[in-house]
Ligand binder design. Structure first.
Ligand code: PLP
Length: 396
């Protein structure tokens, strides 16, 4: 039998999806599973985006331009302008989700065995994209007791080698919910300029911020134009994950022209989805205000309910819709599986994401889980109650 590639064998399994068969099994046996594990928002997609697809009069579903249609990119540039990010359509490549933007960014800036430094815990798929691109992820540890703030800049500097190509941050963070301050971005700006590195910021949760300062983008920082690459997406912003539209944004012309060659190989981003995403850009501010209020209430409820459970530590997220919770156990993977296989309260259980998959350093995050608060408040409260009961039973 022919063998698959070493690269394929070393591709990590998604820590979020690997428990799915156990959840399916629980459901088949009639149990209700409350999903705290996955970042699929329950918020409605703006109607105007759905209508734009329904009402269009296309007769041939053609390829679009590789970089995305001109009109759409111009509107996207207008969106950035509203966020004090000054870019033009030519600084934007439309991708098939932020996922493809990540793959393009890594392929554009790094060769085999090059290194990218990433504060951990980080969005687990960074590992997958790095493996696919032959890039080595070098983690720098951020800690729950610091709320997952930016690690000291000296910790980054210690890790920089001749192979380092970039620092990658997620802001606000998945899975930490941490929102980097302007000062933290400025510290990163200094170090990437000093060592001539790229700074890649995954800003797909830009709108989801819960403190007064709000979001500060790397492209708002002066003097970073040649270094900064933004990864973006409409998936969470407009609750349209299935559209598969994202963006790679950079003022660095060589980055854009190189990423475009990777884009040419896949021809174009999806046409219908661009129509939907373009319409979504007209979503009124009131939609975001309502969504933000809802997430803020959920976050507050979640944290206050979790804090009632004895023996757990929880980071207070300022952005996105995730938080990391440390449990008084040693193996969160085992606990998460046990929840699905063996634990029920009135025939209900919860599915959580074990956090070890969000770390690159072996052994870290073993006693942590990630919770996504993309559920209505009643379900969220019920889920935390079940989690508390489960812990008592598991530990007991
Ligand atoms: C931090 C982060 N980046 C990128 C993505 C990819 O999103 P998409 O490919 O749907 O745009 C996700 C999805 O969950 C994410 O959480």
């Amino acid at each position: 039998m022919p063998s698959v590639s070493r690269k394929g064998l070393s591709m990590p399994q998604s820590p979020i999806r690997k428990l799915v068969p156990f959840a399916e099994n629980a459901k088949k046996k009639g149990a209700k599973v409350i999903h705290l594990n996955i970042g699929q928002p329950d918020i409605k997609t703006p109607q105007l985006a759905l209508d734009a697809v329904k009402n269009n009069n296309l007769t041939v579903l053609e390829y679009s331009r590789t970089e995305g249609s001109e009109g759409f990119r111009e509107k996207v540039a207008g969106y950035y302008e509203k966020h004090q990010i000054h870019v033009t359509a030519s600084d934007i490549i439309v991708t098939t989700g932020g996922s493809e933007a990540l793959a393009f960014a890594m392929s554009t800036i790094a060769d085999n065995d090059d290194e990218i430094i990433i504060p951990e815990p980080f969005y687990a798929n960074y590992n997958g994209f790095a493996t696919a691109c032959g890039v080595k992820v070098v983690p720098v540890i951020s800690k729950l007791e610091d709320n997952f703030a930016l690690p000291p800049i000296e910790d980054f500097e210690k890790l920089i080698t001749a192979k380092t190509r970039a620092i990658l941050i997620c802001n606000p963070g998945n899975p930490t919910g941490y929102l980097y301050s302007k000062e933290e971005i400025q510290k990163l700006a200094v170090i990437v300029k000093k060592h001539d590195l790229y700074l890649i910021a995954d800003e797909v949760y830009r709108e989801f911020t819960y403190n007064e300062e709000g979001h500060y983008s790397i492209l708002q920082e002066e003097g970073l134009d040649e270094h900064a690459i933004i990864i973006d997406s409409v998936s969470k912003r407009y609750s349209m994950c299935g559209a598969r539209i994202g963006f790679l944004v950079s003022k660095n012309k060589e980055v854009i022209s190189t990423a475009l060659k990777f884009g040419q190989a896949r021809l174009s981003p999806p046409t219908y989805a661009q129509i939907a995403a373009e319409a979504a850009l007209d979503t009124p501010q009131s939609y975001f205000d309502d969504v933000k209020t809802e997430y803020l209430q959920r976050r507050n409820l979640l944290i206050s309910e979790l804090e009632k459970i004895e023996g757990i530590e929880v980071a207070k997220p300022q952005g996105a819709f995730y938080c990391i919770v440390e449990l008084p156990i040693t193996d969160a993977d085992d606990f998460a599986q046990w929840l699905l296989e063996d634990f029920r309260v009135d025939n209900e259980t919860v599915m959580v994401a074990p956090a070890s998959g969000f770390y690159a350093t072996p052994g870290l995050g073993k006693n942590q889980i990630r919770i996504a608060y993309v559920l209505d408040q009643t379900s969220l409260k019920r889920a935390v109650h079940i989690l508390g009961e489960a812990l008592k039973s598991y530990i007991g």
